[in-house]
Design a protein around this ligand. Structure first.
Ligand code: FES
Length: 104
């Protein structure tokens, strides 16, 4: 049976940035509000020490604030240099405005 852990309310996600950094099972995770669709990836950019929650969200992509690497949030795939590594993605469930992430 799958275990889901509550990490935030949908309304905790900043309407300005569309992102929120949370901690899930000891790891930093970035939540994204893609016009009502909630997604989650690792928060730390795989290229360096940057929080993607501080990045720029546009059209389902997140641009890293440090060197402007871009990732597709739904697939985790890097879209342009200097990033070359996929983001880890997390399964998300939303119930009654609470965001749950699947536990390992
Ligand atoms: Fe994210 Fe370099 S730290 S692109």
């Amino acid at each position: 049976m799958d275990i889901w852990k509550p990490v935030a309310l949908v309304t905790d996600i900043s309407p300005d940035t569309g992102t929120l950094r949370v901690v899930h099972e000891g790891e930093g995770v970035c939540l994204y509000d893609l016009q009502g669709e909630i997604c989650a990836t690792q928060d730390r950019c795989p290229h360096g020490n940057a929080s993607l929650a501080d990045g720029y969200l546009e059209d389902g992509t997140i641009e890293c604030p440090l060197h402007q690497g871009v990732f597709d949030i739904r697939t985790g795939k890097p879209q342009c240099p200097p990033v070359t590594t996929d983001l880890r993605r997390y399964e998300v469930r939303v119930e009654a405005d609470t965001v749950y992430l699947k536990a390992e």
